[in-house]
Design a protein around this ligand. Structure first.
Ligand code: SAM
Length: 264
């Protein structure tokens, strides 16, 4: 226990019990849930989650942490540890391996790769029941931002098209060892049901959103000119003179569909 935290792995271990308790009660794991934790570290969340769910699969990159974690979990429940970079784990395949219809994913995420982890989870959203993540507060603010907000951007649109984003509460740096330089927040993500999902090609939607926000100050006609002209933007019911930050997530889907038909 209490290994020296590794900066390169984004290790900030939670030690304040009241925040651990709040996260566990936000998740409310039930016996039989298929819980998957990203980055268990020394087990601050793992052990209480395991106690409640009876079994848990944890994905940890740092081999040095695994023996102690395994030992501490032995008396608590059935812990399976996958030593891997979470970005290489196929959650859809993992759900079927574990015999689950959908996974409940949780984690105090390593902040240096939090956005790639979020995008990775979104790709597998159909295999996920819900996600509870500790992230930098600034990232949670961006995820939940609405059109017109200064922090509304690619992350807001891509996440909101796939999930309901529910910010839960903030956690101060002092709750971690060592304290991170930033404030943190816990967020719940609930993948949208099949009938709520848009039917545009996700790669096209992503390409549109990326291009539109790459040049926030430019009009859409300018920002999207490599992908579509002003007429096509109008055809999607969007003003070519508008800026990306004023568009609702659904507007980007309509733009992607026009690109689809024009290229088909
Ligand atoms: N869950 C513990 C806690 O709350 O105290 C640790 C959280 S710490 C912020 C992030 C954890 O993610 C560390 O254990 C770190 O080793 C692990 N980690 C870092 N990069 C990872 C990756 N690519 N895949 C899986 N785990 C990773």
């Amino acid at each position: 226990m209490n290994a020296r935290p590794k900066k390169s792995f984004g290790q900030h271990f939670l030690h304040e019990k009241r925040y651990i308790d709040r996260i566990v009660s936000a998740i409310s794991p039930r016996d039989g849930d298929t819980v998957v934790e990203i980055g268990p570290g020394e087990g601050a969340l793992t052990l209480p989650l395991l106690a409640a769910a009876g079994r848990l699969t944890a994905i940890e990159l740092d081999t040095d942490l695994i023996p102690a974690l395994r030992e501490r979990a032995a008396a608590v429940g059935a812990l399976a540890i996958i030593q891997a970079d979470v970005l290489t784990v196929d959650f859809t395949a993992l759900a079927s391996q574990l015999g689950a219809t959908r996974l409940r994913i949780a984690g105090n995420l390593p902040y240096y790769i939090s956005s790639p982890i979020l995008f990775h989870c979104v790709e597998h959203a159909a295999a996920i029941q819900d996600m509870h993540f500790m992230l930098q507060k600034e990232v949670v603010d961006r995820m939940a931002a609405e059109p017109g907000s200064k922090v509304y951007g690619r992350l807001s649109v891509m996440l909101q098209l796939a999930c309901r984003v529910v910010p839960l509460f903030d956690v101060p740096p002092g709750a971690f060892r060592p304290p991170p330089k930033v404030d943190s927040s816990v967020v719940r993500l609930v993948p949208l049901a099949a009938h709520e999902l848009h039917d545009a090609d996700p790669l096209r939607v992503h390409a549109i959103v990326k291009a539109a926000f790459a040049q926030r100050r430019k009009t859409l006609a300018n920002g999207l000119k490599q992908l579509m002209d002003a007429d096509a933007i109008r055809q999607a019911g969007v003003d070519p003179g508008a800026r990306a930050e004023t568009l609702a997530p659904a507007d980007f889907v309509r733009l992607a569909k026009v690109v689809d038909t024009r290229r088909a």
